[in-house]
Design a protein around this ligand. Structure first.
Ligand code: IPE
Ligand code: IPE
Ligand code: MG
Length: 243
């Protein structure tokens, strides 16, 4: 049986996921290289994380780099990887002080070893923080995640640890990168594109979506508050008929 429970109408979203899109266009509009937009975009994250506690958002998940983003030029990819390292160095202290528990999802195998060790260190540094759970998706793709999860599940079956007859809707999520997170209630995509680009495919089965025109580097805490506030006006039915 599916587990999502309908919430009261005025409940805010507990888990918000964001597809942070539009950095490249933001930079191009200013006649600057795409990386300039990525830098501005990375600076936006802190303000959004800090807005979460007052809004009752316990989990924030942000899409930073997809499994498809390797198709970009070598210089953009290298610039982004550099930016992730700089973000961790620059933000680690503030994240800890703000009691933000940081996790990374995505396949780490293709990432630079130095970056992976910095990700591990930041996770360890903030492991006991509780105010906000920030999950950063790097080299993340929903299909890739399901494929990796299925591989692990199949290994457990082959090893006799899992009975194939016992596999149900609750089984696969235990093997996903997001196994410790609740499903997102609200998925926001900036930049006017109305697609999900391989983000949290399994987990968003019953998420509400907001596609907004603002480019990510222009997305403010005030706009985030408005979008999160609008969530309370939606009827989430989960397939049932609500009174
Ligand atoms: C999102 O901004 C950031 C990443 C995908 C890394 P884009 O780089 O996709 O910006 P646009 O969509 O080209 O404007
Ligand atoms: C999705 O944005 C990935 C991230 C925001 C990290 P893209 O810009 O890569 O998605 P498409 O190519 O427009 O679908
Ligand atoms: Mg884009």
């Amino acid at each position: 049986m599916a587990k999502p429970q309908p919430k009261a109408k005025d409940d805010g979203p507990r888990h918000v996921a964001i597809i942070m899109d539009g950095n490249g266009r933001w930079a191009t509009q200013r006649g600057r290289p795409r990386l300039f937009g990525h830098q501005a975009g990375a600076r936006r994250v802190r303000e959004i994380v800090e807005a979460c506690p007052d809004l009752g958002v316990d989990y924030l998940t942000v899409f930073a780099f997809s499994t498809e983003n390797w198709k970009r030029t070598q210089s953009e990819v290298a610039g982004l990887m550099n930016l992730f390292r700089r973000y961790i160095t620059r933000e680690a202290k503030a994240l800890k002080v703000n009691d933000v528990c940081v996790r990374f999802i995505g396949d780490r195998v293709r990432l630079d070893k130095k970056l992976v060790s910095m990700m591990d260190e930041l996770e360890a540094l903030t492991a006991h923080c509780q105010t906000v759970n920030l999950t950063i998706a790097i080299n993340y793709g929903g299909r890739d995640e399901v494929a990796r999860a299925t591989k692990r599940l199949a290994r457990d079956v082959a090893a006799g640890k899992l009975d194939p007859e016992a596999v149900d809707e609750e089984t696969l999520p235990k093997y996903l990168d997001t196994c410790v997170l609740p499903d997102p209630d609200l998925v926001i995509r900036t930049s006017g594109e109305a697609r999900i680009s391989n983000f949290l495919l399994w987990q968003s089965a019953y998420a509400e979506y907001e596609f907004i025109d603002t480019l990510w580097p222009d997305f403010t805490a005030a706009e985030f508050r408005d979008v999160v506030g609008g969530f309370g006006t939606r009827d989430r039915r989960f397939g049932a008929v609500m009174a």
